[in-house]
Design a binder for this molecule. Structure first.
Ligand code: PEP
Ligand code: MN
Length: 301
């Protein structure tokens, strides 16, 4: 095939990372709608211009004991959104012989926590086949970075009408993220929250740090998107000592919510033990975040 043939057959006039006027008109009209979209979870939790809801928890729902321990701690701190994965994508299939996804059993523990402590539950959907079980318990569905462009999964999640957190893939442009968002909105589900969770960069400072939080994605998205934009410093930095600074920077960048991992004994976490904050550090971060958010006339909830 000649080079000429390739050029002649390009149908995409703007194969670019930049978001053009034409994109906004024809490719991403819903996510760029002019109306401000608040995402209401229940009467207490609304993602809007005033609140910064905290979504916290361990990585995996490893055991009943762990998830109750974390939920009780969060409840005491006044945090109502508990995040934990019973279905958990791992980068390597045999990385940890001590960790197995707890699947249905994990979902049952989340169910108990929800009933007993009245927590709002966020959990990740990795496969359409798990969706029915997840929807019985979860209040918010998370679509992980690796599934950002799994279009059938996006569609099926959208059709449940549950609120959705869509994470940006670490190699995706903002334009790609907005294209994926449009696949959810076109199904009539407007309870969409976008999440910045770090991008791949050749320079991530040290090898404990897999990704780099793209702080400027927050104001960039806010220029054209009227849906909540949240930040996940835990998965971006992969390194607990940097999480507090990135939480504060995200608040200053006008994020509409935060995902922060916490674990009673981070070093014992069966997945990604370097990234969760212990309870003492987590409490300090929440206290400081409350002060910082006041400066920006926002409220940590
Ligand atoms: C997670 O949220 O636990 C997760 C795996 O995140 P990400 O999809 O951003 O890597
Ligand atoms: Mn995780």
């Amino acid at each position: 095939m000649s080079k000429k043939y390739f050029i002649k057959n390009l149908t995409n006039k703007n194969p670019t990372k930049d978001i053009t006027e034409d994109d906004i008109k024809f490719k991403i009209p819903k996510i760029t709608s002019k109306n401000k979209k608040n995402v209401k979870i229940n009467n207490k939790i609304i993602f809007n211009a005033k609140n910064i809801p905290i979504i916290a928890g361990p990585n995996g729902v490893e055991s009943r004991k762990l998830i109750f321990n974390v939920a009780k701690f969060l409840k005491k701190k006044g945090i109502n959104i508990l995040r934990g994965h019973a279905y958990k994508p791992l980068t390597f299939p045999y990385r940890s012989n001590q960790y197995l996804e707890t699947k249905n059993e994990g979902m049952n523990w989340l169910d108990e926590v929800k009933k007993y402590l009245k927590m709002t539950i966020v959990t990740e959907v990795t496969e359409i086949k798990y969706l029915d079980r997840i929807c019985q318990t979860a209040d918010i569905l998370q679509i992980g970075s690796r599934n950002m462009q799994n279009l059938e999964l996006l569609k099926e999640c959208a059709l449940t009408k549950k609120p959705i957190i869509l994470k940006r893939h670490f190699g995706a442009s903002l334009r790609d993220l907005l294209g994926a968002s449009e696949h959810i909105l076109i199904e009539g589900n407007e309870r969409l929250i976008l999440c910045e969770r770090g991008v791949v960069s050749p320079h991530t400072h040290r090898d404990t740090s897999r990704f780099m939080l793209d702080i400027q994605a927050i104001p960039a998205l806010k220029e054209i998107v009227n849906y909540p934009i949240i930040s996940d410093p835990s998965h971006a930095s992969f390194w607990a000592p940097w999480v507090p600074s990135l939480v504060y920077a995200s608040i200053a960048a006008n994020c509409d919510g935060l995902i922060i991992e916490t674990h009673p004994k981070p070093e014992k976490s069966k997945v990604d033990p370097l990234q969760p904050l212990n309870y003492k550090k987590f409490s300090q971060v929440i206290d400081m975040s409350k002060k910082i958010s006041k400066i920006f006339k926002r409220k940590i909830i």
